[in-house]
Write a protein that binds this ligand. Structure first.
Ligand code: HEC
Ligand code: HEC
Length: 295
């Protein structure tokens, strides 16, 4: 609060007011205990003090002396506190303490408390990690938090837009290095739209050929070899460097019925996997995720 106030003028006022009220407090306490004993009688008021119940006289004697020591202690404490911690205007205190700094240092402690776990994960092989149930549960939690919105809670993909990550079919490769590259760098797939260049008939031919990939005599086969094999391979097994999926394996990202395939060919596809930098997934979290996905 005080740190938000403009320094200088207002801070000066806060300091003056704080000091004046402390001094007033000291003065009141001192005057209660150390007022000259006859100050009351000089005004001749002592006889006019009210009397209750015939002999209870309302007096003005000071409270017990241990109260005085308690109040003095509290005052000394306040002065000490105001010297050490922020409280007097924008004066930061001799200890240089602040809530913000405390937050930062407790966050650093929090981070440090995981350093040992991180080092342990870094030193463990993927197959050992895969055998460690507790760590794999951590991997599941990271996955649910960071990935499941797109890839589905169980990682089996969804909406014919986000790939299944638990099958054997990898567009960009399923080795630990390839998965790491997919996560750190993100992936941008680019499948061109075909209908404009091929025309309606050839588009249908090649779409139907994809449904009968083993039929070498199919009318769509030449269209495929001329236009598609460069990326998807002559045998249709795809190309992990381009993210061109295997078309011969009956696993489909965007749907394997004739209408879905035609839609893919007409409009093209541009799947985009976001990049996860160190801020979103640190090295240990990344390794756990890779252990979860790689086989
Ligand atoms: C420049 C390289 C390239 C060429 C040429 C190409 N493709 Fe693709 N194709 C891709 C990529 C990359 C993807 C993945 C798109 C994505 O993930 O968003 C893809 C995806 C597809 C899919 C969707 C697969 C699925 O699992 O849903 C089909 C079907 C397909 N291509 C058919 C064809 C056909 C037929 C041709 C030839 C007429 C062709 N492609 C030519 C790169 C290419
Ligand atoms: C915003 C949505 C989104 C999020 C979040 C997301 N992904 Fe993806 N991911 C995609 C899309 C879309 C693709 C397909 C890209 C393409 O078409 O080639 C993909 C592709 C992948 C692939 C490549 C699959 C293959 O067959 O090669 C892997 C591996 C992957 N994601 C893992 C993850 C992991 C792990 C996370 C969480 C840390 C994650 N993704 C978070 C959208 C997402």
């Amino acid at each position: 609060m005080v740190a938000d106030l403009p320094t200088g003028f207002w801070s000066g006022w806060v300091i003056v007011l704080t000091c004046v009220s402390l001094a007033t407090l000291v003065w009141i306490v001192l005057s209660v205990y150390f007022a000259p004993p006859d100050s009351k009688s000089t005004h001749g008021e002592i006889d006019h003090d009210p009397v209750w119940d015939t002999d209870l006289r309302e007096g003005t004697s000071a409270p017990p002396l241990w109260w005085f020591w308690m109040l003095l202690g509290a005052l000394v404490f306040s002065l000490g506190y105001l010297m050490l911690y922020p409280g007097l205007g924008s004066f930061e205190g001799l200890l240089n303490w602040s809530q913000g700094k405390r937050l930062v240092s407790s966050y650093e402690n929090y981070e440090e408390s995981f350093d040992a776990r991180r080092a342990e994960i870094a030193a463990t092989s993927l197959s050992e990690l895969q055998g460690n149930t507790a760590l794999m549960e951590t991997a599941d939690r990271i996955f649910r938090r960071e990935c499941s919105a797109c890839h589905g809670a169980d990682g089996r993909g969804q909406a014919a837009l986000f790939p299944n990550l638990l099958d054997v079919d990898w567009q960009w490769g399923g080795s630990p290095e390839q998965i790491e590259q997919t996560l750190r760098g993100g992936r941008n797939a680019s499948m061109p739209a075909w209908e404009a260049s091929l025309g309606e008939e050839k588009t249908r031919d090649v779409a139907n050929y994809l449904l009968n990939f083993s039929d070498r005599g199919h009318a769509g086969r030449t269209v495929y070899e001329q236009n598609c094999a460069a990326c998807h391979g002559v045998d249709g097994t795809g190309n992990v460097f381009l993210g061109a999926p295997n078309l011969a394996d009956n696993t489909w990202l965007y749907g394997g019925d004739i209408d879905s395939i035609l839609a893919t060919l007409r409009q093209g596809r541009a799947g985009k996997m976001p990049a996860f930098d160190e801020q979103r997934l640190d090295a240990a979290q990344l390794k756990l995720i890779i252990a979860k996905l790689a086989r």
